[in-house]
Ligand binder design. Structure first.
Ligand code: GLY
Length: 565
């Protein structure tokens, strides 16, 4: 090749490279990584796993297992959850459904007395309230199908945290304070979490050697170490002795399911989100579809909130009527996600008058529900693999029950079923037949791990917060649509409406007096909440520069990292 040809060739290659850069699909981009979790020690566990050569899926195993140790009030081996995955090499996206399932001996009326009335706390406390856990099976599944590292490497940080202990923080102390009455009912739980029968102090080391041994068993034997053999027998014996109904077969036959994520579009943003048995994705998209015809940025604050609340009211009503475990009920996906249906709902919204929930087709009565539980983390690795995972044991510290010698705090997720159609659960959510209890069925959830993507950015977001999770995701998505960065998305003020009770719940700082007055003038009722809510985690990738912007909700103690390569 002569000099001039060589120059032309070099220029052509340079142009081609620039073109490829401009048009590069993000999956081919080796850019920054990002982690946002609800606890600095879980963020460190995920970071350590990435540094060891693990991918986002390995880091997710590390974060989930660590959160189960340092946030035992939010999630853990005794619980379940949903994991939204994006694999960079081929763009494949899936949702791992590791939700708890009802034991085979569960029956529709198991929490009702002879008069058909709910038995107080039966679906909330002790092992009868616990579904068959999904987290251990999902950790094993994730490592086997998507990870690069052996499970033992990804679980190593959590094993160390459980064995050597970690300093008690203010978030956990707050939950211990509010749930100590429950924890004291179960000697094994109170021995571990309330050592010397008192509340530990901030900074005191919390050790969980039995949990460390259980994690080691999982690391060495995979799911069989938890769901079969002597460990499974130990759990089943303890559960049955304390009034529960688990069987060895329930554990052995538990399956992680891969579900196709729910997808939609809002003003140029592609949304990939949780599928049933989470209600989150469908309710989120239904609200966004209703809102898509309004010019929200140009509207006044009160007008915008009015439309948003009306969309929440209608989508939460549909949640109660239609949604449940898709392996048991026919879900009208096409209808609920269609623009025509959204338009028909929108037609019933007046621009300046609140709809009374009682005038919508009734589903059931309800009471006010609140709660801070569950956990979420968002992870992006340098190759573009993504995980948004929301995990739970339901109410803080779940059922309160730890089978002796296992260190595994069991969930109280059975309360997420409609224990009697029309009776609200602990979050005030009502349900109908679609979410009635049945053997092997998975209870409806609100957990909403989500990816948002427009032409410039990709966000990985989610949050705990019971019934309020989905409205937090709505507000987060609208903030993203306005160009908000990770910090603005996770820290914006929050309000919520869930059809019943017919009232706008709001964080005290979220709505000003003038806006409240205007909303009242339209006929809305509102109730300021004593506490803030949520613990949103966001990792956002700039598709062209590869830079990462990550933030953890300032309301709690989490930590976000952007890791520059
Ligand atoms: N347990 C909370 C949820 O799944 O929505």
């Amino acid at each position: 090749m002569n000099k001039s040809n060589h120059l032309h060739h070099t220029l052509r290659v340079a142009c081609l490279l620039i073109l490829l850069w401009v048009a590069a699909p993000v999956s081919a981009w080796a850019g920054d990584a990002g982690i946002a979790t609800a606890h600095p020690l879980a963020t460190a566990a995920a970071r350590q796993t990435l540094d060891k050569g693990g991918n986002a899926f390995d880091a997710a195993i590390a974060a989930a297992a660590a959160l189960g140790v340092v946030e035992p009030y939010g999630s853990g081996l005794g619980g379940g959850g949903f994991w939204l995955l994006h694999r960079a090499e081929d763009g494949f996206e899936t949702m791992l459904d590791g939700r708890e399932s009802a034991p085979a001996a569960a029956t529709r009326d198991m929490y009702l007395d002879a008069q058909g009335e709910p038995i107080a706390k039966a679906s909330l406390e002790g092992p009868l309230a616990a579904g068959i856990p999904g987290v251990p099976a999902t950790l094993d599944y994730l490592a086997g199908h998507y990870g690069k590292l052996p499970l033992r490497d990804s679980l190593a940080p959590a094993i160390k945290l459980a064995r050597d202990g970690f300093p008690l923080d203010k978030a956990m102390l707050g939950h211990l304070q509010s749930r100590q009455e429950l924890l004291r009912k179960y000697p094994e739980t109170s021995r571990i979490l309330l050592p010397d029968d008192k509340l530990p102090e901030i900074g005191q080391t919390i050790r969980q050697p039995e949990l460390a041994a259980t994690l080691e068993l999982l690391a060495e034997q995979g799911r069989a170490g938890f769901y079969q053999g002597s460990f499974a027998r130990q759990m089943v014996d303890a559960v049955r002795e304390a009034g529960g109904i688990w069987s060895l077969d329930d554990l052995k036959t538990y399956q992680v399911k891969e579900r196709k994520p729910v997808r939609g579009e809002y003003r140029g943003i592609n949304i990939t989100t949780a599928a049933p048995p989470s209600s989150g994705g469908i309710v989120l998209l239904e609200m966004l579809n209703i809102l898509s015809a309004y010019d929200l940025p140009k509207a006044t604050e009160a007008q915008r909130i009015h439309w948003q609340v009306e969309s929440m009211r209608r989508a939460y009503r549909d949640r109660a009527e239609y949604l449940g475990d898709p392996d048991f009920v026919e879900i009208p996906y096409e209808k609920l996600l269609s623009q025509d249906y959204a338009a028909s709902l929108r037609a019933s919204i007046k621009d300046d008058v609140a709809t009374s929930s009682s005038t919508l087709k009734p589903v059931a009565e309800s009471v006010s529900g609140k709660g801070e539980n569950t956990t979420h983390f968002s992870i992006l690795d340098k190759d573009g693999n993504r995980v948004a995972a929301t995990l739970s044991i339901n109410y803080p510290f779940g059922s309160g029950f730890i089978p002796k010698g296992t260190g595994v705090l069991l969930n109280n997720e059975m309360d997420d079923f409609s224990i009697r159609p029309g009776t609200p659960n602990v979050y005030g959510l009502v349900g109908a037949e679609a979410n009635a209890i049945a053997a092997g069925k998975r209870m409806l959830s609100s957990m909403t791990p989500t990816f948002l993507e427009d032409d410039k950015r990709i966000a990985i977001i989610g949050t705990p917060g019971g019934s309020r999770i989905i409205t937090m995701l709505l507000l987060g998505t609208l903030e993203f649509a306005d160009g908000g960065n990770a910090n603005r998305i996770v820290n914006r003020g929050r309000f919520h409406h869930q059809y019943l009770p017919d009232s706008i719940q709001y964080e005290a700082e979220a709505l000003d007096a003038e806006t409240l007055l205007e909303l009242e003038g339209m006929g809305h009722t509102s109730s300021p909440q004593e506490n803030t809510w949520g613990n949103m985690q966001a990792v956002i990738l700039d598709k062209h520069s590869g830079a990462v912007d990550a933030a953890s909700d300032g309301r709690v103690i989490g930590q976000a990292l952007s890791i520059t390569q």
